[in-house]
Design a protein around this ligand. Structure first.
Ligand code: NDP
Length: 254
């Protein structure tokens, strides 16, 4: 089997209907994986499936709210019913509520933590048994530069993304015995729906990102295609508990 070949493999991507998730799905599809695109918005799911049709990939969409535990388990069982296996889980669904910490309601804090961190844990739990029983699997969690740094508008987001890194390490140590590799990708500043709003709400953000990023540009969703294929494939079988920044050098810079 080729090092980066995903032929015969089945991947779930939460929040796979747009942005970084869709790009990761596209990369894995190109490498031969069959896909489950899972997101809340049915229309966006359908549009993503249409766009992916050009790759010739075998794909299903699934409507899910990742903050609902039952939905996460249902997503895994729907995948097993359709494809008979689950090899790769990308915990990508995420959101932010940008406010100074003193203005945040507890419900807002919980919404961000539930979506970005707790849901990733629940989906990983739901994926564990089928992966273990099949002899292995790959879990890819999506962190952020906020896994490493803080920002005045990002207390719950940074807490959730810092948590993603530590959860990744804990799951990696627990499930190495089952041949399940668990890694995290930390995207830099990427031009998506999520950051369009951030740029609007935080006046100086655009220039600050350009000034600090050695590559001299914002990232694009497609910058994540390769890292998804690497972490989903045999090429990364001895890589677990790692965090890989895809940030044009942002986190290496002073
Ligand atoms: P988008 O807003 O384009 O994508 C977010 C995705 O998450 C959407 O597909 C959305 O689906 C899904 N989602 C959100 N909440 C839920 C939920 N409760 N249940 C199911 N799906 C949900 O943003 P990005 O592509 O930028 O973000 C993807 C990931 O990358 C996130 O985890 C984000 O934190 C992370 N990231 C992004 C960076 C950036 O600069 N853009 C930088 C660092 C990390 P739907 O619309 O159907 O609800």
């Amino acid at each position: 089997m080729e090092l980066f070949d995903l032929g015969g493999r089945v991947a779930i991507v939460t929040g796979g209907n747009g942005g970084i998730g869709l790009a990761m799905a596209r990369g894995m599809a190109r490498a031969g994986a069959r896909l489950v695109i899972a997101g809340r918005n049915e229309e966006k799911n359908a549009r993503a499936a249409e766009e992916m049709a050009t790759t010739g990939v075998e794909l299903m969409t699934h409507v899910i709210d990742v903050t609902d535990e039952a939905d996460c388990y249902e997503m895994v069982s729907a995948t097993l019913s359709r494809f008979g296996r689950l090899d790769i889980l990308v915990n990508n669904a995420g959101m932010s509520i940008r406010k100074p910490p003193e203005d945040l309601a507890l419900a807002e804090w919980r919404q961000v933590l539930d979506t970005n961190l707790t849901a990733a844990f629940v989906c990983a739990q739901a994926a564990y048994e089928p992966m273990r029983d099949a002899g292995g699997g790959k879990i890819i969690n999506i962190g952020s530069m906020m896994s490493l740094f803080g920002a005045p508008f990002a207390a719950p987001y940074a807490s959730s993304k810092g948590g993603i890194v530590q959860m990744t390490k804990a799951l990696a140590t627990a499930w190495a015995k089952d041949n399940i590799q668990v890694n995290a990708v930390l995207p830099g500043w990427i031009d998506t729906e999520l950051t369009v709003n951030a740029r609007r709400e935080v006046a100086t953000l655009n220039q600050r990102v350009l000034d600090r990023t050695p590559a001299g540009r914002w990232g694009l969703p497609e910058d994540h295609e390769g890292v998804a294929v690497f972490l989903a494939s045999r090429a990364s079988d001895f890589v677990t508990g790692a965090t890989i920044a895809v940030d044009g050098g942002y986190s290496a810079n002073i």
